[in-house]
Design a protein around this ligand. Structure first.
Ligand code: FAD
Length: 351
């Protein structure tokens, strides 16, 4: 079986790795892999903390993928020789004022209704667990099983995993699926996927993000921290601070206003940020869909799509890769991705 994967982002590479492991002949096409959103992404693997109202079907997929992350990371490290940087650190949601408390109490009620494990913390318990927090924080939630991965290391590990399993990475930008000489074409080109599968309802959603580095005087957090308008993800000497969500088309300009807003919000939660070194500002484009859930499935006898992972592409890489490899290999659609076929949008539009 010859498989062409279009796009060397976290989704295309994960699929390519899993397909190559099954003995398929895999070629991944991408003219500019550094455009991948995971190059910029924070890498939170936080289905419970990042729960959104009305997204129960997506929650089930997110939880299933989170469950697969430990073995995916261990297997990838072994196969690639590169540690993908999976960090089991837990996630704290932090309330700064009474409005925040009301919002997190409502979130917790919803999490409880869905049977999710969440611990409510007073401000004292919160600061005992995370001394870097500002003294004025009012309380919060702790989710022990929401973790993170260093998404740039993950991309490196996946590229190595693909080539070590016999796959090929090539610098090319096919403009249509017909021009690819393969039995199956997997379109995983992020927000550009509609260029290859016209009519696919995927759009770019801009996210701006910062990275600060630890200095001798900066007291920085050890857990992922989620404020209501900012998050901080600490890993190996740096903290990622994100992220904006902007509907401005395919624009990756870093704006002074966004940097100021993110830094102010981060500093209000963790005052030590003021002493850290600002080492990077960046913007990436999430592939968004009308219902915020991915599109995974065949669109015809030869073309499979895996895109639209929006704010959860890193989290959803393991379950997406397993499902697409199974679909390409056997022709059957694994049950966990059945609700996420491309045809769901056509059905919604029918009278
Ligand atoms: C600021 C920010 C923070 C985020 N934080 C998180 C997070 O904490 N947790 C999480 O799970 N997710 C997060 N995400 C979302 C996650 O990064 C994305 O959902 C995911 O990276 C999408 O991956 P992808 O492979 O589908 O697409 P992309 O990353 O967009 O990759 C697509 C690739 O296809 C290539 N391409 C495009 N057209 C062609 C063509 N014609 N031929 C060949 N190649 C082509 C591009 O060059 C690109 O490299 C974040 C995103 C952003 C922007």
């Amino acid at each position: 079986m010859r498989v062409a994967v279009v796009g060397a982002g976290v989704i295309g590479l994960s699929i390519a790795w899993r397909c190559a492991q099954r003995g398929m002949t895999v070629t991944v096409h991408d003219p500019e892999p550094t455009r991948a959103a995971a190059h910029v992404a924070a890498g939170m693997l936080a289905p419970v903390t990042e729960l959104h109202y009305g997204e129960e079907a997506l929650l089930a997929l997110n939880l299933e993928s989170a469950r697969r992350w430990p073995s995916f990371a261990a297997e990838l490290a072994e196969a690639s020789g590169v540690d993908p940087g999976y960090l089991r650190c837990g996630t704290l949601t932090v309330a700064r004022d009474l409005d925040d408390i009301a919002a997190i109490d409502a979130l917790r009620t919803y999490q409880d209704e869905l049977g999710l494990e969440v611990e409510r913390l007073t401000s004292r318990e919160l600061r005992r667990r995370e001394p870097a927090l500002a003294t004025g924080v009012r309380g919060g939630l702790f989710v022990a099983d929401d973790h993170q991965v260093e998404s740039r290391r993950l991309l490196r590990a996946l590229r190595s995993g693909v080539t070590r399993s016999g796959g090929q990475l090539v610098s090319s930008a096919p403009r249509s699926t017909e021009e690819l000489d393969a039995d199956v074409v997997v379109v995983a080109a992020g927000w550009c996927s509609p260029d290859l599968v016209p009519g696919l309802p995927v759009r770019p959603v801009k996210g701006q993000i910062l990275r600060v580095a630890v200095t001798p005087t900066a007291v920085l957090p050890t857990h992922v921290l989620r404020g209501l308008d900012v998050y901080l993800a600490p890993r190996h000497g740096e903290v990622v601070i994100g992220a904006t969500v902007e509907e401005v088309g395919p624009d990756t300009t870093v704006t002074a206003g966004a940097v100021a807003d993110l830094l102010r919000a981060a500093w209000e939660l963790v005052p030590g940020i003021a002493e850290a070194e600002l080492v990077e500002t960046a913007a990436g484009l999430r592939p968004g869909t009308p219902d915020n859930a991915p599109i995974i499935g065949a669109v015809d006898h030869r073309v499979v799509v895996a895109t639209g992972h929006y704010r959860n592409g890193v989290l959803l890489a393991p379950v997406t890769a397993d499902a697409v490899a199974e679909l390409v290999d056997t022709g059957s659609v694994p049950h966990e991705v059945v609700p996420f076929g491309a045809d769901r949008f056509a059905k919604e539009e029918a009278p």
